[in-house]
Design a binder for this molecule. Structure first.
Ligand code: ATP
Length: 202
């Protein structure tokens, strides 16, 4: 799965539409302190489904929307679009019928986030599954935040195992297992209720 383009609009300091082409090979982002380098990485994580405001260095998710500056009013929405090259048809089933996959996440004040894949409305879960199956995503160990290396060194074995599982590409399976376990629990609760009703009728 190769990222080819990242478009931002109203996301943090990127108030104007900004289109970045991600070429083959290594891409470096350079610039003075505070110019928005980390915001770019956060945009990538956000469009892949990050749902912890703290990981976006905010108190609430709406903090990713351009908050205004001395000469410009705040925006009402933020949008990030990620284009993925799918010429080798490696995207998961359901998203695999075109040469590129376009994922859009948009947040509107007081209305929350909405996602689209190739112009179709999808759920946050579909997007996180799409990336989990491709061994990447908002929590991918390939995206390294400042200070994350020391966190990793001090991490408990369980947390380190999660990182290894993501790298091995099995986190999507774990997510599905977790969902299956929740369904099973729901079915067990329903069965217990049926038993109660039968007992009352007997
Ligand atoms: P450094 O090199 O110091 O790590 P950086 O290039 O990574 O800096 P960022 O941390 O990405 O810079 O960007 C910080 C800038 O983004 C700050 O100027 C901050 O005011 C601005 N910023 C963050 N959130 C918003 C927002 N919601 N609205 C407007 N500006 C924002």
């Amino acid at each position: 799965m190769r990222f080819t383009r990242l478009r931002l609009n109203g996301f943090k300091s990127f108030v104007d539409p900004t289109d970045l082409v991600i070429a083959d090979g290594l891409t470096g982002v350079v610039g003075p302190n505070g110019c928005g380098k980390s915001n770019l990485l956060e945009a990538l994580r956000w469009v892949m489904g990050e749902n912890r405001p703290k990981a976006m260095r905010g108190a609430g998710m709406e903090d990713v929307i351009f908050a205004g500056a001395a000469s410009r009013p705040a925006r009402n929405f933020a949008e990030v679009c990620l284009m993925i090259d799918n010429s080798e048809r490696l995207a998961p089933a359901g998203f695999n019928d075109s040469d590129s996959v376009e994922i859009i996440r948009r947040i509107t004040r007081d209305a929350g986030s909405a996602y689209k894949v190739n112009s179709k409305d999808v759920r946050a879960r579909d997007v996180s599954m799409l990336f989990a199956d491709a061994s990447t995503g908002a929590h991918s160990p390939a995206l390294v935040r400042q200070g994350q290396i020391s966190e990793l060194i001090n991490a408990k074995p369980k947390a380190r195992r999660r990182i290894l599982e993501e790298a091995a590409g099995i986190s999507g399976l774990y997510q599905r297992r977790h969902e299956a376990e929740l369904k099973l629990k729901g079915a067990e609760t329903n069965l217990a209720r049926v038993d109660d009703v039968i007992e009352q009728l007997a």
